[in-house]
Design a protein around this ligand. Structure first.
Ligand SMILES: COc1ccc(C(=O)Nc2ccccc2)cc1NC(=O)CCSc1ncnc(N)c1Br
Length: 271
């Protein structure tokens, strides 16, 4: 359980361990709270970087939103504090690290694993939508793996993982955007279902469905032009086709998704 929440956290309370990752706005370290021995991840954001990036409100809003989102498939933000130059986020530590490293190493996931991952993401998104939180940036770079192999959405804010990140350029972020955002229209919670379709495709195929040059990705997204290799099962193809639908209201709902044969077949608790 997280440290008994004292009113004020400060840096001296933590023993800092190895770096866990590097974001655009700062670094993340393994950390241990001295008194309780509680292990967490400490994200350091530099105030002048935040100011330069004009994301102060985004950080405040993110802290506000994340502080009351408690779900096993959402990385927990336990608290935050700051000193003159830095903001510190006290995060849950995900024992098995970054999902995209597992995906890169394994190239693609077997259908039973992809189905369990998609079911967990659907449960996390359903929880977020009930709290009127949408557009949880659910590309692989923003998902971590917990100690028991469960997925955890870890909104990295605007930060991107630099060193071995496959998607250095803008187009990486384009891959997951639904047509209504690419065309700068209003969007609803249905954007998350499109991204879930892209994620499911990438789990099963090992690359994003619309991956291409920036211009072509843009066109292929708005026209929903993609093809699925033959090694993907008929049921999986069917679910992808129900998620990657241009008109948002025509996309399958998170509730229907959890009843889909491909999900039910592989998800033990069959939720
Ligand atoms: C709830 O998780 C967050 C909430 C908020 C923000 C954030 O930076 N917001 C933000 C930053 C700048 C501007 C606007 C928003 C970031 C995270 N999460 C992370 O940065 C993940 C750190 S990496 C890691 N964490 C745990 N265990 C591991 N094994 C690893 Br690797």
């Amino acid at each position: 359980a997280p440290p008994a929440t004292p009113k004020q956290f400060h840096l001296g309370m933590f023993e800092i361990g190895r770096p866990l990752g590097k974001g655009k706005f700062g670094r993340v370290y393994l950390a241990r709270e001295r008194k309780s021995g509680f292990v967490c991840a400490l994200k350091v954001l530099y105030k002048n970087e935040i100011r330069k990036g004009g994301v102060e409100t985004q950080v405040r809003r993110e802290i506000e939103i994340q502080s009351n989102l408690r779900h096993p498939n959402i990385l927990q933000l336990y608290g935050h504090f700051h000193d003159s130059k830095r903001i510190f986020l006290i995060l849950e530590f995900a024992g098995k690290g970054e999902l995209y490293k597992h995906l890169t190493r394994e190239e693609r996931f077997p259908e039973w694993k992809a189905a369990q991952y998609i079911a967990q993401m659907a449960q996390a998104l359903q929880f977020c939508h009930k709290k009127h939180v949408i557009h949880r940036d659910i590309k692989p770079e923003n998902i971590l793996v917990g100690t028991h192999g469960e997925l955890k959405i870890a909104d990295f804010g605007w930060s991107v993982h630099t060193p071995s990140n496959r998607r250095q350029t803008m187009c990486g972020t384009l891959d997951y955007l639904p047509p209504e955002i690419v065309r700068q229209q209003w969007y609803s919670a249905k954007v998350d279902l499109w991204s879930l379709g892209v994620l499911m495709y990438e789990f099963l195929v090992g690359r994003a469905p619309f991956e291409d040059s920036v211009v072509l990705t843009h066109r292929r997204i708005v026209r929903c032009e993609y093809d699925v290799p033959n090694f993907v099962s008929r049921e999986a193809k069917d679910l992808i086709a129900k998620l990657l639908v241009v008109s948002p209201e025509m996309r399958i709902s998170l509730e229907e998704l959890q009843e889909h044969p491909w999900i039910v077949k592989y998800c033990i608790d069959g939720e």
